[in-house]
Write a protein that binds this ligand. Structure first.
Ligand code: GLA
Length: 358
């Protein structure tokens, strides 16, 4: 067994450790809260959490990436935004009956923050996994993902769907995870033969993401209500949305066509066809759902023109952040570097996130 060293901040060894990965969504954007389909894959970068029972009555949370230690009571939500994710997990676990004691918690994250790769879900799932380990909780990976989602909705104020937490809890780096967010039926789907993914950050931080996200979600709910269905998942085809007033017509059209693209993608073995669906997804997110930015459009455009790219799109909620490309497997490094150089010539400041820079 590994000898635990005293923690540099807390002075005592950890009693439990766990981690969870970030994710990149290949197709199925803004479909999860419409009870539709998503297709994420885990990225190599992970968030690591270590815990021990605290000596006092308060929790202490140390985030290495932020160089910050925050102290909070289990009964009062902390003011620091990043701490609300951890607090939310502890609060939801308590609400579900877990006897959560005051804890010293250490967080070390490799998942880039604020670019659409779900650093918050990685933190939530790693926190709950660590708590499960420490207290021997009888929680399966699905229940754990649901608790993590509740932590985000109830405590961080984002009315997110299940995509990110399910991906952090269940996805793999080698195969994509096809998930039906209504039934929670899921299966692993290999990437098309001879392809690999690249993820590039546009360098533009996501702005107003939480409020604009909640607004899009409300528009989808209005569109579903106007169409007389519970969720946009139930709209049979894109023609059915044509009579809606704008912007509901375009919002609903995105969701209906995007669900269709996920299902087509998992049926098509060829990388070229998969890539064409990714390109169509980007156009739909840009024109119908209106969550792209000029910089993302430029970076995605450069990727789409590259001869070794099958397709590219923005990924995550949008409003800034990263994009994902399906590339010829052997050329993925070159694609990423060449595209970033071309982006820099247009004044952009991007960076490569996957493959993870050495
Ligand atoms: C964010 C949310 C997810 C999902 C995506 C958009 O990542 O947390 O639930 O809605 O945006 O697909």
């Amino acid at each position: 067994m590994r000898q635990e060293l005293p923690h540099p901040v807390f002075g005592q060894p950890a009693e439990a450790r766990a981690s969870a990965p970030g994710r990149v969504n290949l197709l199925g954007e803004h479909t999860d809260y419409n009870e539709g389909f998503v297709l994420p894959i885990a990225i190599p970068q992970r968030t690591h959490v270590a815990m021990r029972r605290a000596a006092g009555r308060r929790c202490r949370l140390h985030a290495q990436a932020l160089g910050l230690t925050v102290s909070f009571s289990l009964d009062v939500r902390p003011a620091e935004h990043f701490a609300t994710y951890v607090y939310g997990c502890l609060a939801e676990a308590r609400a579900a009956g877990a006897p959560v004691p005051p804890l010293d918690i250490d967080v070390r994250s490799e998942v880039p923050m604020g670019v659409g790769l779900s650093s918050s879900a990685a933190l939530e799932v790693a926190t709950l996994r660590c708590l499960r380990e420490l207290l021997g909780l009888a929680l399966d990976d699905l229940q754990l993902a649901r608790l993590a989602q509740r932590a985000e909705v109830e405590h961080a104020g984002v009315r997110c769907g299940l995509l990110d937490q399910m991906a952090a809890s269940l996805a793999d780096t080698r195969c994509a995870l096809l998930l039906d967010t209504r039934t929670l039926a899921r299966r692993f789907v290999p990437l098309p033969a001879g392809s690999a993914i690249a993820v590039l950050d546009s360098g533009v931080p996501r702005t107003l993401a939480a409020s604009a996200y909640n607004q899009r979600r409300a528009e989808c709910e209005q569109a579903a209500q106007a169409l007389g269905v519970g969720f946009l998942r139930d709209v049979p085809d894109a023609l059915a949305v044509e009579a809606l007033p704008e912007p509901l017509r375009r919002r609903a059209r995105h969701v209906v066509t995007e669900n269709d693209r996920v299902l087509q993608a998992v049926d098509c073995a060829a990388a070229r066809d998969f890539g064409t669906l990714m390109n169509a997804s980007h156009a739909s997110l840009r024109d119908d759902f209106e969550v792209s930015t000029p910089e993302l459009d430029r970076l995605v455009g450069l990727l789409q023109q590259h001869p070794d790219v099958f397709g590219a799109r923005l990924t995550g909620a949008g409003f800034g952040g990263a994009c994902v490309a399906l590339c010829v497997e052997e050329a993925v490094q070159e694609v990423a570097q060449g595209t970033l150089a071309a982006y820099a010539r247009t004044g952009g400041h991007g960076r490569m996130l996957v493959p993870a820079p050495a």
